[in-house]
Design a protein around this ligand. Sequence first.
Ligand code: DHB
Ligand code: FE
Length: 280
Amino acid sequence: MARIVGGLGTSHVPSIGAALDKGLRDTPEWKPFFDGYVPAREWVREQRPDVAVVVFNDHFNALFLDRVPTFAVGCAAEYHPVDEGWGPRAIPPFPGASRFAWHLADTLVENRFDPEIIQEIKVDHGLQVPMELFWGRPADAWPVKVVPIFVNVLQYPIPLPARLYELGKTLRRAIESYDGDERFVVLGTGGLSHQLQGARAGFLNREADQRFLVDIAEDPDRLAGWSREQYVETFGGEGAEVVMWLVMRGALNREVVVRHRHYFAPASMTGAGMIVLEDA
Ligand code: DHB
Ligand code: FE
């Protein structure tokens, strides 16, 4: 029977990928950040998930304002990394778990979520960076298949936090009703606090970030009850993308165990957080 081995939350700042590309992992600026992920990678190695469901947003790299799906499920056999302007990165394409992805799309529709179904798309730092943080950069092929769930967090109207939490619960139903025997891990990505433009450019809220890393484990219902505007006020215009962690959290039991937690700020202009959760 298919089952969830746990949930991972992480920031997905593009400069993390750039730091790895430039060999900056062990520089004084970056080492404390990357060292925080060592136990999480160990956890992933021990758990050996077969499929990673990655909840993230495209940042106008593969989708633009001409089409803005609120939710989209990737059903492709593989996903190439998109070139975000600095040239192609030396990472292999991500193999898709397309059979499960279709089952997920089915389950979502049956539960009154109606996602766009995407059969061809490239993936940006929102997926690339978390995969590399938790699995490391593979020499030739990724040891895990991915199912991308794209969430619109850029162009209003973005979905309600409560809806994302609910989406996570439906994702769990899809995994538990799947007729495979794969081990699943669910990734929620984005955040933590940052604002890249406008009057509050450079905004960081370390206190709220630290609190979020506690509450996402202990009190997700409270976080799911916040308004979208509360997220923008608390975490910044772009930091509000942290709502995507609620999908990961909704896929887990009400009671969870925190295996690992890490916070580092600023990474680029962002409060960078990470959490590893298992069902209690
Ligand atoms: C940055 C952070 C993000 O989460 C993102 O998607 C893009 C840029 C940043 O801090 O530079
Ligand atoms: Fe982002």
